[in-house]
Ligand binder design. Structure first.
Ligand code: UDP
Length: 321
């Protein structure tokens, strides 16, 4: 198949590209290199089954011929990372809403099946754990910029489902804290990358608040596998899937684990949210996926333990120097 991956030079996108090329597909990446890097996909440059187009999903003239040529689209391009969203909510909203509308409108025009990458962030502050795909979404006020990301991703999902009602084959995945090699300390999956980088440098490991907030860290190879299954399973169309591992880990536990596994002597320090993100900040306290739908419909389970995933990630950081 000819596959278009938007955001294919990013962290998750580049791992997805690796796997799609391994499966024998032809892959075109559209990426504006805002958070993605050529380094992530450099090993494919020169392959006759791979093409990199540097450009934006906001530029319909660039996007249109790529969609027209595609048999399948994986739409991962987005402005990601809590810090980035908080620092520049406008770019985040425009990229995530207008960009996704462009992708969906063109996919509809040329009738190309599309997978939309969404986020566990859409569950917001819900305490109805574990999060079921059809469970409640609880977002804070619009005056707190953090929630603009969840709103934009939720609107993307509404858009995608509206196109699905018109018959377009669409599937949506909500990622739960993917991490692994190529994680960018400044971008998505920041906490694992930040802690490893801090531990290896011997700098303080910066746990925000009391560190009792939790996440379900999911190794990127599992994230990618769930993504491909969602796109390739016909009965998944028109549905939303949590793609994550359901082992809950507190941020303080993560800090201790990273320190132990890197053999670091870094001290663990606690930093108030306002010092990290500014005064107007709210947090998702716990985040756990209900994995039943992904298991039953896709046959997907995230099998990589946190220890194994961290080992591979730490090794990558060490090799990179
Ligand atoms: N976090 C932290 N120290 C850091 C970066 C993040 O304690 O240096 C915390 C953050 O407050 C959140 C969790 O780690 O509770 C995950 O943050 P991240 O930005 O990786 O992703 P999120 O799940 O919030 O989108």
């Amino acid at each position: 198949m000819q596959i278009l991956v938007t955001g294919g030079a990013g962290f998750i996108g580049s791992h997805l590209v690796d796997r799609l090329l391994d499966e024998g597909h032809r892959v075109t990446v559209l990426d504006d290199l805002s958070t993605g890097t050529v380094d992530n996909i450099a090993h494919h440059l020169g392959s006759d089954r791979f093409r990199l187009v540097v450009g934006s999903i906001l530029d319909r003239a660039t996007l249109e011929p790529l969609v027209q040529q595609a048999d399948q689209i994986y739409h991962l391009a987005a402005l990601v990372g809590v810090k980035r969203v908080v620092d520049d909510p406008l770019t985040g909203i425009l990229t995530n809403v207008q960009g996704t509308e462009n992708v969906l409108a063109l996919a509809y025009k040329y009738w190309v099946p599309v997978l939309i990458a969404s986020s566990s962030e859409v569950y917001g502050k819900s305490v109805d754990l574990p999060f079921r795909e059809d469970g409640e979404i609880v977002l804070g006020p619009t005056t707190v910029p953090r929630w603009s990301y969840a709103h934009s991703k939720a609107l993307d999902e509404h858009l995608a489902l509206a196109y699905a009602r018109k018959g377009l084959p669409v599937v949506i995945v909500r990622y739960f804290n993917a991490y692994g090699p190529r994680t960018d300390p400044r971008g998505y999956g920041s906490v694992v990358a930040r802690f490893i980088a801090q531990a290896l440098r011997g700098d303080p490991i910066t746990v925000y608040d009391d560190g009792q907030q939790t996440r379900c860290f999911t190794y990127v190879a599992d994230t990618v596998w769930g993504t491909i299954l969602a796109a390739q399973t016909p009965k998944a169309q028109g549905q939303v899937f949590n793609i994550g591992r359901d082992q809950e880990t507190s941020i303080l536990e993560l800090a201790r684990l990273v320190r132990r596994m890197t053999g670091s002597t870094s001290e663990i320090v606690h930093i108030p949210y306002r010092d990290a993100y500014g005064p107007n900040f709210e947090e998702s306290r716990r985040r756990v996926p209900d994995t039943r739908r992904a298991r039953e419909v896709l046959g997907f389970q995230a099998g990589t333990s946190l220890e194994d995933g961290l080992k591979a990630t730490i090794a990558w950081f060490q090799e990179r120097g």
